[in-house]
Write a protein that binds this ligand. Structure first.
Ligand code: GUN
Length: 291
């Protein structure tokens, strides 16, 4: 029977560590501030933004929320980002994705100051991650790591899952999860394979995995016949079915073969938010010149 790796519990520990750090910063006159932007009415995005704002409040981080209508023109969004880039109370800026189709996501991401890019999605920050070889180099650079991939690595580390020399298979090649988590696993010395819609005989590849990251966006896509006994499974999927939320992994069957597995909900989701808070505190320190 698999160990259930709880993102809820791990994120609580990280939040407790951060709360102390926020208190210390406040005693120096620095209150970390996060600006969130939501364009349109996507229901899932509203829930995610609500959760992020709630955790800000819990930790003493000021949140500034900007809710824009779905028909917002691109230049208005870029102007708002420019204003926030120049607002000293704002240390981090997060514009929730996906954006309405008429707005160019790449342009929006490039508009956010790399110093306030707490999502780690700006090309400069993505390029920095690409250019580093080891976790030591990444940690020394004090860069903003993308929140979900960073949350996954923290979850694996804190669950004492060996990564050095492990066969890691990532299913999904998105810019938000698949590609950056593959880079981080490589920096942890894992041997990494990425599977995607063009992969032939995917089950043959996934069965090699000591650590399997499922970031596909298809409910219960990873079935028990696709994993080996003793695998560690991280399920990034959040799929809304009539019967409730489910991940990209057929949890009930796969957990019978796995050594450890994350649940949905309560796995990767809370870790993404915790890492956003880590980046916001990092941004407040960086922009105020505190070490
Ligand atoms: N949409 C889904 N995940 C994310 C995320 O981590 N950041 C932003 N900005 N949008 C998202």
């Amino acid at each position: 029977m698999a160990e259930i790796i709880s993102g809820t519990e791990t994120s609580k520990k990280i939040q407790a560590e951060l709360k102390d750090e926020v208190t210390q910063l406040k005693s120096k006159g620095i209150t970390p501030g996060l600006s969130t932007i939501l364009v349109g009415e996507d229901e899932a995005s509203k829930v995610y933004i609500g959760q992020k704002i709630k955790v800000c409040e819990k930790l003493g981080i000021t949140s500034f929320h900007h809710k824009l209508p779905a028909n917002t023109i691109e230049s208005d969004l870029l102007n708002l980002i420019n204003t926030l880039n120049n607002d000293p109370k704002v240390h981090g800026i997060l514009c929730q994705l996906p954006l309405p189709k008429h707005i160019n996501t790449d342009k929006m991401l490039l508009a956010i100051s790399p110093d306030k890019d707490v999502d780690g999605f700006h090309l400069l920050n993505m390029g920095k991650l690409l250019s580093k070889k080891s976790m030591k180099e990444i940690e020394e650079e004090k860069m903003y790591l993308p929140c979900t991939p960073h949350g996954i690595i923290q979850l694996l580390r804190r669950a004492n899952i060996p990564l050095s020399g492990a066969e890691a298979v990532v299913v999904g090649r998105s810019n938000i999860v698949g590609k950056p988590v593959a880079l981080l696993l490589m920096a942890e010395n894992s041997t990494v394979t990425i599977c995607h819609t063009g992969t032939k005989n995917m089950a043959e590849v996934t069965r090699r995995a000591d650590v399997l990251i499922a970031a596909i966006g298809k409910p219960k896509f990873i079935t028990a016949d696709m994993v080996k006994d003793g695998v560690v499974v991280i399920d990034v999927g959040v799929n809304r079915l009539p019967e409730g939320l489910c991940g990209d992994v057929d949890f009930d069957k796969v957990k019978e073969k796995a050594k450890a597995i994350t649940p949905v909900p309560g796995g990767v989701g809370p870790m993404t938010i915790a890492m956003l808070m880590v980046n916001t505190v990092k941004a407040a320190k960086k922009l105020s010149g505190v070490r």
